[in-house]
Structure formats: structure tokens, C-alpha cells
Ligand binder design. Structure first.
Ligand SMILES: Nc1nc2c(ncn2[C@@H]2O[C@H](COP(=O)(O)OP(=O)(O)OP(=O)(O)O)[C@@H](O)[C@H]2O)c(=O)[nH]1
Ligand SMILES: [Mg+2]
Length: 209
């Protein structure tokens, strides 16, 4: 089997158990966190990346409400599906609770090698996307950027406009074009390149400094 479900973290009180105990007991694989707005295609990308349908996807935003950990055996990584941000129907309290849970996890897991930030091909990066990138940067988490749903680009000029916009915003934050991957989980576009890059991710830079 290419990948299997490991563990769900629904509450910060389980963090210690997750990091030091049940989840990572005896496991040295680096963790890769999938970050992005609700409905951007995080769970779909995970399924494509690991080559099996381990993560639940849904047309309804807000499907993934806890942190789900998957053992990607071929890649020798643990993939973490994070709850999406910017889910409109959420109450302010819920939103804060989710943000705290994600932040607590990111700060607690020293084995987190990389954050993959997903950006919807149909919109330019939003303020919330920029906020998430800032947050990861503040924690010294290396990042890759994955543009999702590129099968929904209708015209060549649409494609060019969006690519320029994405490169500009990511570039202004200090990240190069080589870190941006253009994908479709629907068609499988760009997956091989992304898989190779994620497999290559080495020890976290925050511990090399
Ligand atoms: N056309 C197209 N649709 C996609 C693609 N990737 C995901 N989707 C659709 O987008 C919707 C949301 O996908 P999910 O993978 O569940 O998104 P998510 O980011 O995990 O959402 P939450 O768990 O709610 O945060 C589903 O209807 C998917 O079928 C893609 O590459 N192309
Ligand atoms: Mg999801």
C-alpha cells in the first residue's frame, strides 16, 4: 500500500501524545503539512500525491475539521492534512479554535520539514493566504507553493495573468518561482514533479541555523 491513515488530532490536549507518543513513537519520517483555504483542494492533492484515496474530500467547504496524519510509505514522509482557513460558515470562536490548533501543532512538532501552501488557480492569493505564509515564515518552516485546479483555467490569457499574479505575490514575499508547482488533482497534472520535490525535502532548516 502506498499510504495509510495514521492518526487524527482534534484537540490541543492530544498534542503531547501525538508528538511524543502514539503518533511518532519510533518514527523518524519528516512531516509535511498541507496548508490552505477551505475547499482549495488539500485532501484531493494528498490523495494524488500519495497515490491512494486516504483523505476525505468534499465539494462542501470545511470537510476537514481536525488534523489528519497519513503515512506516505513510498515518500517516507508523514503528510498532515490541516483544516482549511476562511470557511465562511464558521463562527468566530470556531475559527479561532482551529487557528490555535494549527498553530499549536506547527510550534510543537520539531519534525515538521515543510509546509505546502495551496493556492487556488482561479483566484490570486488572498490576504488569508498571505497571512498563512507569513505565519509559516515566522516559524522558520520551509515552504513549497502548489497552485491547485489548473484544469479550470479557461483561456491562455487567464493562465498567463494568474501565473504572473502568483509569481509576483510569492516573489514579493521572498520566494522564488522554482518553489511554485502548478497542479490538477482532477487530471494528475504536475504530480510527478511535486512528488519528487517532497521526497527530496531534507531536515528542517530551522535546526540547521
Ligand atoms: N476541477 C478540479 N476540482 C478539484 C481539484 N482538486 C479538488 N477539486 C474539488 O474541490 C473540492 C474541494 O476539494 P477538497 O480536496 O475536499 O478540498 P479541501 O481543501 O481538503 O477542503 P476542506 O477539507 O474543506 O478544507 C472538491 O469538490 C474537489 O473535487 C482539481 O484539481 N480540479
Ligand atoms: Mg479536506
Amino acid at each position: 500500500m502506498a499510504a495509510e491513515f495514521l492518526w487524527t488530532l482534534g484537540d490541543a490536549s492530544q498534542l503531547e501524545d501525538a508528538i511524543d507518543g502514539i503518533l511518532l513513537n519510533g518514527r523518524s519520517e519528516g512531516r509535511i503539512a498541507i496548508v490552505g483555504r477551505s475547499n482549495v483542494g488539500k485532501s484531493s492533492l494528498i490523495n494524488r500525491l500519495v497515490g491512494s484515496k486516504v483523505a476525505q474530500t468534499s465539494a462542501q467547504p470545511g470537510k476537514t475539521r481536525a488534523l489528519h496524519f497519513y503515512d506516505w510509505k513510498d515518500g517516507k514522509k508523514i503528510i498532515v492534512d490541516l483544516p482549511g482557513y476562511g470557511f465562511a460558515k464558521q463562527s468566530k470562536d470556531d475559527r479561532q479554535q482551529w487557528a490555535n490548533l494549527i498553530a499549536d501543532y506547527i510550534q510543537a512538532d520539531e519534525g515538521l520539514e515543510c509546509g505546502i501552501v495551496l493556492l487556488d488557480a482561479r483566484n490570486g492569493p488572498s490576504d488569508k493566504d498571505v497571512g498563512a505564509i507569513d505565519f509559516l515564515r515566522d516559524q522558520s518552516i520551509p515552504m513549497l507553493f502548489v497552485v491547485t485546479k489548473i484544469d479550470l483555467w479557461r483561456t491562455q490569457s487567464d493562465r498567463i495573468k494568474r501565473i504572473r499574479e502568483i509569481e509576483k505575490i510569492i516573489g514579493d514575499m521572498g520566494y522564488g518561482k522554482e518553489l511554485i508547482f502548478y497542479t490538477s488533482s482532477e487530471k494528475g497534472t504536475g504530480m510527478r514533479e511535486l512528488q519528487a520535490e517532497v521526497k527530496r525535502e531534507a531536515a528542517p532548516t530551522k535546526f540547521e541555523e
